[in-house]
Design a binder for this molecule. Sequence first.
Ligand code: GLU
Ligand code: ASP
Length: 526
Amino acid sequence: MSTDSASIARPYDDRAFFGHPKGLSTLFFTEMWERFSYYGMRAILMLYMTTTAATGGLGWSAEEAAPIYALYAASVYFLPLIGGWLADRFIGAKNATFVGGIIIMLGHFTLAFPQMTTFYIGLILVAVGTGFLKSNISAMVGDLYSKEDERRDAGFSIFYMGINIGAFLSPLACGFLAQSEGFRSWIEKMGLDPNSSWHFGFACAGIGMGLGLIQYLIGARNLRNVGNVPVPEKAADEADAGGSNAKNTAYLIKIVVLVVAACAIIGYAAASQGFSTALSYVLMPTVVVAALIGVFLTGAQDKLTTDDWKRLAVLIILFAFSTVFWMGFEQAATSFNLFANSLTDNRIFGWEFPASWLQSVNALLIITFAPIVGAVWMYLGKRQPSDAVKFSLGLLFAGVGFLVVAYAANLTTGGKVSPLWLVLVYFFHTIGELCLSPVGLASMTKLAPARMISLMLGVWFLSISLGNYIAGRIAGEFVADAAVLMRIFLIVAAIMIGAAVLLFAISPLVKKLYTQPEEVVPVEPA
Ligand code: GLU
Ligand code: ASP
């Protein structure tokens, strides 16, 4: 890295938070609480829907619950693409994050009311709020650093820790309130319906988001001008470009046409094939293709160089493989959660713990192993694998996790199995996640052309969205039958390991396309 660039005064080279800009602390704690709310609610959502009405759940079958879960989780990760776009062009990431936090909090509190309408409204609010918040808060992390600041990757790792601290604590808290016998009998003693315990779990998620918002308001000034409303700067750019107002209008028209076309396709499918067929087979592919076309239209508007296009090509390749990864990984909250609820013997020293507590394992393992995996990459230095190879390793580990869960499913013919099997599965999935996820997130901000950063983070979340959708739908096949489960898990394992091998094979090509910004920068001053 050039020392010249390090000596140029930048507004954000303060080192107040573990050697990082103070703004990182604000973003860290806000995201920690937002993820607390998301993962706490998510830990109990599938279980709430499939638990009998006699114990406070909705009493649905896995087949009925899966499409709702799939749509919800897919929306949570899809809407950040739109939220990122809105922030980049109109409202700024800082405002979007605040508005998103409020909507998320209201969503969880809505879920705290035990009615069918509040259930659906609550889910919609959480998804919409996350759309405003998720990619924008990550984009602000990227914006704390200049392109050549070497602390950027470390900043994302710290931020990732915040995510996982939230994700670790909340299933314990929300799961205890929702599912434990102890809490149920306590509220009964207080004169309340013990079946309302689930709604205490949802309310706990809302309180978490509320704490995140307070913290965001207090720390907002640490962000200085990061995430500000983009208008003045944009107006100047447009004037320079020679009155590109007309171009902008043409672009917006194209976006509107795209959205209308996507809605028409989905509407036509629903009218001709029926609502559930449209939902199962047409909705997600249409949304994903339309979103990717939208991203390209946006990119083309900003006059991309050949290098930019090459980088976008890399992003699309990473997108496809990352989707396969999340399709397996995100079964944590769906199939594995159902597995934990009905097929594992959840007792420590004779005390039965809530199945949802196992939802904390991944986050705990991330907190433990992230520094170790980071140290291994540091130790390897220049010899460390390329991003594509790291992705391929991620897929391989996740595939091995599925082989383990398939084996454990087979053992359930003899009765409930030890929860340690799931811990082992989560271990493999965590190592896989550590190879793939931080690399993916950081590549998006590194590879994206300057004005598309939030948007490209949206593309990253789009792959998680699609992965979540498929993971949710797979859970619809869940039945507590060893042979069926083993078959499902083996198919998923085969897909993941196959994808790992394919990506490994094409990784030299990906590396060729991948022009690191660092490789370009030193040429300029010379
Ligand atoms: N578990 C992560 C989260 O919810 C997944 C997304 C990512 O890799 O950043 O934030
Ligand atoms: N490891 C996930 C993420 O980084 C959290 C989880 O699935 O619990 O946010």
